[in-house]
Design a protein around this ligand. Sequence first.
Ligand code: ADP
Ligand code: ZN
Length: 760
Amino acid sequence: MSFAAKERVEVAVPVPLRQAFTYSVPLLLRERIVVGMRVLVPFGPRKVAGIVTAIDQEIVGETRKLRDVVAVLDEEPVFPSELIGFLREAADYYLHPVGEVLRAASPALSKDAIKNLRADGSLSENESLKGASVATQKTRFVHLTKKDFADIKLSARQRDVLSVLTERGTLSMEDLRLAVRNPLPLVKALVTKGLCEIEEREVLRDPYFREAVDRDTPPELHAPQAKAVATLIDALQKKEAKGFLLHGVTGSGKTEVYLHTIAEARAKGRGAILLVPEIALTPQLVSRFRARFGDGIAVLHSGLSDKERNQAWRSLRRGDVTLAVGARSAIFAPVKNLGVIVVDEEHDSSFKQEEGFRYNARDMALLRAHRASAICILGSATPSIETYHAAQNGRLTLLTLKERATPRALPRVEVVDLGRNRGTPSGHPLLSAPLHRAIENCLANQGQAILFLNRRGFSPSMRCDACNTVMNCPACAVALTEHRSARLLRCHYCDFSTPTTQACPACGALELMPIGVGTERIADVLATTFSGARVGRLDRDTATTGEGVEDVLRRMRRKEIDILVGTQMVAKGHDLPGVTLVGVLLADQSLAFPDFRASERTFQLLAQVSGRAGRGEEEGRVVLQTYQPDHSAVVCAKTHDYERFYEQELHDRRDLNYAPFARLVAVRVDAGDEGVAQRAAQTLAQVASKHPAVADGRIRLLGPAPATIPRIRGRYRFRMLLRGADRKLLRAVSVALVARIDEGLGQARASVDIDPVNML
Ligand code: ADP
Ligand code: ZN
């Protein structure tokens, strides 16, 4: 292309339209304008800030009579051109408005940035990418001034505060609040009595950097690790855009491989992105990276303020910081001179964004790496079937770590058939005799146990024994879950909650019975059955309303918890060396999902949660309870046999014509009125049916049908699926659907989900 011209630019404006707009560039601005910069452009009667996505020949599509760019807002591009190109391609692949994709990708393009433009078109200080200092905040800490308060008259709650402070030393008000409800008046009273003091300190605002971490020395790599690293570094040096699958059992030293490869990239002046499933669940991983590389890491997480996010963005784009760590959206980090992208636990479904811009960060990692001539490492102990298939085909290079990096072998897995389980020592059906004995043993040997149950709350539903009415959410077609300590019935799909009642709202009988078991109830049962054992809980409830994930994990590491009960949050890559027993209370729950990936998910969960056992000095043991002991997910998890599971699953997928043999597009429709939703779904089905590829059967249309959960938040939901092996044809049908959706469907909303992960 010619660098002199710059007569026309394509600008992505933050509007929900699936196109970019072309503008002409006045002579005066031509010198300065570069792809990736923000510009002010007229849009209808308004002026809006958008991003230059292409110049001259790069522009696709027709050009009508053009309006002029008003101002160029940046001195350097906000987005490196590599990133812009990638984002355009991502928007195109997912058939999503490019302006919204850029907005999702960029903290600097927030709505406010545009609203708060100064009169001259420049940005307000807060939004500008000019200097921002290291973010600290004033925080109040409380500490004891007296150790002996035996003779002082105190309320029970004041004593609670004192005992927490005695046990844990100086605490921030924030941390104290997690232990004692509304502590401020209590602390003030204690200050008046001369028992404590409050002091203010400046602390780093970012929780991932609050505690200091000592630098570590890289260990000598084991032979299989060294071989993997050598292969990776070779591709990195040759600037080959290659994708790798690093398949290694839990604890095999994958993280160490990432660390070495990223260190090498950094030494060569190249940047890296590390994607992790849920940053909140992996504070330890961040610590390991800080220990190796120091604090010059951008940890991108939802707790950052706009200012901090802008700061991280700026330092990455300038190359002051060369490593970005974060959950799925970190795939958009403006890392300079990108060399490596790592997707840790690549099988995890959280890499898929399920609303708005529905992208899969794992797939996008491969795309971005490819465009940037970087290498992409997908790491997992239990790769997704699609990824392993790609490695078998040679589209990805397979690197394998077969053994654990520590002397400990993988834990022994014992399967308990709940169907043959007659009578249990505690009387509770989910604590079979073998699991009961294993817990006793574990406790007797000062070990720690993790028990996994994929249901939070006390009991998943309540039913009236007199009239059989089940307590349902008024807005969703699901049962309400009892949360006993909160004394609430809660809907897990919307925010609805109602106080737990004794009487059935339908017939008035006092016979409401809890049905099923959740983590809260099991925690109660365990505390009574194994008296003296300290029972902790880790699930969405504790993470959001309780003490928080990091606190639970810290207590676990300090051995202040003997038995930890939790949902799949306990299965994520925690390295807890004290854990010698893992119990899966009911392996069947995830098998029952109406999803072609149910079996794969179950195998992954079982293998991952089992991998939490025996990571320290002591050997680990797993007890897996199920009604389906012969299911391949259970059998293969028992023998730690990924390959066997893969072969069987692949066979089934081929028979049923699902991924990786066919590609899918899900179309979802919802509306407040059932008839409206259904008619809109039928309209879209007709559009699809008329397409020649659907008419002649090369693309199959399944549905429309009510969704698995037919109503959420008062909206009725329908869905249909397009399935076919030919990606181009599938895309053509999707484009037709999107065009129809853009025309509007009255009161109904519809969306197209390319390569859907969640089939509900
Ligand atoms: P993964 O990411 O596969 O679960 P990690 O990289 O976390 O595995 O390694 C598991 C444990 O083994 C960690 O405690 C790690 O420090 C240790 N480890 C990994 N590689 C080595 C090595 N080459 N030498 C010594 N210890 C290692
Ligand atoms: Zn609800």
